[in-house]
Design a protein around this ligand. Structure first.
Ligand code: R5P
Length: 297
């Protein structure tokens, strides 16, 4: 009986790093693509009686990565693994945490049911957009908040920071970030048009950022529109520099361009999603900590 880590095709370095930290055996899943676009996975070890940890992020293409995760879990269930834990550094579909318009699916709820149906008994994820959908998962759930690791990195490179959350949802993140950086913080009020999804800043705070390096913190950068609006606001109030630190660098089409246009000089993120032209912080040791291993920092 042993703990074995198996990395899916979207696990990045987290799979092997986690295995090292847990002193567990590590395997990469075998995956075969078919000409019609379908694929099959093969678990390359005897899982019977083992505690198996699957590491698979679910960034784009989200659906393929989710299917791969549940296929791996189902194969492990068939092989009589003793327990199946999924470490999903970026958990997709969490933003649809309610029915915003009549007739819509509540995607995050369906994802929870899917994970359970595949035999996953424990879920570990990082900074989910909302915690509430996780309560539908039947089994233990750990959500890791890597803001400390992210801010430690930011603090090495900024001398006079000020933290800005682009919306009220980011306020707790901003408070924690400011505490770590030893600086002030404030937040904007953002509202999205329910039909178009386009965000707009509503109430602007009174603060000025003269001479400050403004750090915009958020759980994710997707289209970059939110950060773009916040960055323009920060410069309009006297910031000398604007950087952004977000846990998940989703970086949908055009995001990089929007950030550059808005004067964001640096992008900090974690390795939950691979990203280019960004300062990336490895969070394997934060993940290992939920399995009882001490952080190396
Ligand atoms: C929204 O509530 C989130 O915290 C992010 O602000 C948002 O998802 C970022 O999206 P985008 O980059 O497309 O503006």
């Amino acid at each position: 009986m042993a703990t074995v880590v198996v990395g899916g095709s979207a696990c990045g370095e987290i799979g092997s790093n986690l295995a090292k930290l847990l002193k567990a055996k590590y395997f990469r899943i075998e995956k075969k693509d078919f000409p019609d676009g379908e694929f099959v996975v093969k678990v390359p070890f005897d899982a019977k009686g083992n505690d198996v940890i699957i590491v698979q992020s679910t960034y784009a293409p989200q659906d393929r990565h989710i299917m791969e995760l549940i296929f791996i879990a189902d194969a492990l269930k068939d092989m009589h693994a003793k327990s199946i834990t999924a470490v999903v550094p970026y958990l997709a579909y969490m933003r649809q945490d309610k029915r915003f318009l009549n007739g819509q699916v509540v995607s995050s709820h369906m994802i929870m049911r899917l994970l359970n149906a595949a035999g996953i008994g424990r879920l570990v994820t990082v900074q989910p957009h909302k915690e509430k959908p996780l309560s539908l998962f039947k089994g233990r759930v750990d959500s890791i908040m890597p803001i400390r690791a992210l801010m430690k990195r930011v603090s090495h490179e900024l001398s006079d920071p000020y933290v800005l959350a682009p919306d009220i949802g980011g306020l707790e993140l901003a408070k924690t970030a400011a505490k770590i950086l030893g600086c002030g913080y404030t937040h904007l009020d953002k509202e999205r048009d329910p039909l178009t999804g386009i965000p707009e800043i509503k109430n602007k705070p009174h603060e000025r950022f003269d001479g400050k390096q403004v750090v915009i913190v958020d759980d994710m950068v997707s289209t970059g529109t939110t950060i773009m609006l916040a960055s323009r606001f920060a410069y309009s109030r006297g910031a000398v520099e604007v950087v952004t630190a977000a846990v998940h660098l989703v970086m949908a089409d055009g995001a990089r361009h929007r950030l550059m246009q808005a004067g964001v000089t640096r992008v900090y993120g974690t390795d939950t999603i691979p990203a280019k032209n960004a300062v990336i912080v490895d969070i394997s040791s934060e993940i290992a900590a939920v399995f009882g291993k001490k952080r190396k920092r």
